[in-house]
Design a protein. Structure first.
Length: 289
């Protein structure tokens, strides 16, 4: 039985009811956030909360976030995820239910706050090392993808294109540059330099991306944040994605062409090991072998 949180109350998922007038349902008028928990401990929660608050403020959705830390902890507890190696808590806040019109509803409308928790798994080491493939796709999203809105149709279509091609990920190409994935950030390694698109309005400012940049800095690995033309990207020694459930994931082929030697590269490996150490999940590390 799954316990979820909806508008101040905890209930089974089956009991949760959201109005058909909800502006999230009708207009994608809302934001979401996903925070990982390792061995039941939330990882970088303040950063996730700050990104959520920034999104709410930008969209002028007036909803406090003071209760969310407790909601996250309680959902992990109630769903027996306190001892899970890897889990995450998803929270979504929409502008609320109101008769359908494009502009903000008149008067005060209470936002809808929905949250659930779920386990995720890290692949066994031998599988991780093999990595996976990716394709490039045109970026057909709007120009403020730094806001984590629930409006994800271009991401859905791009990820489906990857699935149709039999690969795990898609790389968005915008203005000729390889910028990020459908649900993860993108890195390339050129001659030992870890390179990624800068944190502009064109990408989501991933918390995992920030952690990886921090780790690279600590490890003395050179980092460059700059636009990467897709033709240059194709020549990278290593490519990897980062994200909350993606963690650090190697890409070994791009549009059917091998990347590097076709397995996880040395810099990707070092950063993944450092990431595993940083999140500090004993159970996840044991499970991975
Ligand atoms: C488009 C996009 N880029 C990057 C990320 C990675 O962000 P984070 O590391 O905070 O999970 C996500 C996560 O959902 C995403 O949707």
């Amino acid at each position: 039985m799954t316990t979820v949180y909806l508008n101040g109350e905890y209930m089974t998922k089956e009991e949760a009811r959201i109005s058909p007038d909800d502006r999230g349902f009708l207009l994608s008028d809302g934001v979401y956030e996903v925070t990982p928990a390792y061995d039941g401990r939330l990882f970088r929660f303040p950063q996730h909360l700050e990104r959520l608050e920034r999104g709410l403020a930008t969209l002028r959705i007036h909803q406090g976030t003071g209760e969310l830390a407790d909601v996250h902890e309680r959902l992990l507890r109630e769903n027996d995820l306190e001892s899970a190696a890897c889990a995450y808590v998803y929270v979504q806040i929409t502008r609320g239910a109101a008769p359908r019109m494009h502009q903000f509803p008149e008067g005060s409308v209470t936002p809808t706050v929905y949250a659930f928790a779920k386990a995720f798994s890290r692949p066994p080491h031998e599988e991780w090392e093999l990595g996976s493939g990716a394709i490039t796709v045109p970026d057909r999203r709007w120009s403020r993808v730094d806001i984590k809105t629930i409006s994800l149709l271009p991401n859905v279509l791009a990820q489906q294109a990857a699935a149709d091609a039999g690969v795990a990920n898609a790389v968005f190409v915008k203005d000729g540059n390889a910028i990020e994935g459908t649900h993860n950030n993108l890195f390339a390694v050129f001659d030992g330099v870890v390179t990624t698109h800068p944190a502009t309005h064109e990408i989501l400012h991933g918390i995992t991306r920030a952690v990886v940049l921090e780790l690279a800095g600590r490890m003395g690995i050179s980092v460059e944040q700059r636009a990467i033309p897709v033709e240059e990207f194709r020549t990278a020694d290593e490519i990897f994605f980062t994200g909350t459930t993606t963690e650090v994931h190697p890409t070994v082929s791009l549009d059917g062409q091998r990347v590097g030697d076709g397995t996880a590269g040395p810099v990707t490996r070092r950063l993944f090991e450092a990431f595993v150490e940083e999140v500090g999940s004993r159970r996840a590390a044991e499970a991975q072998g």
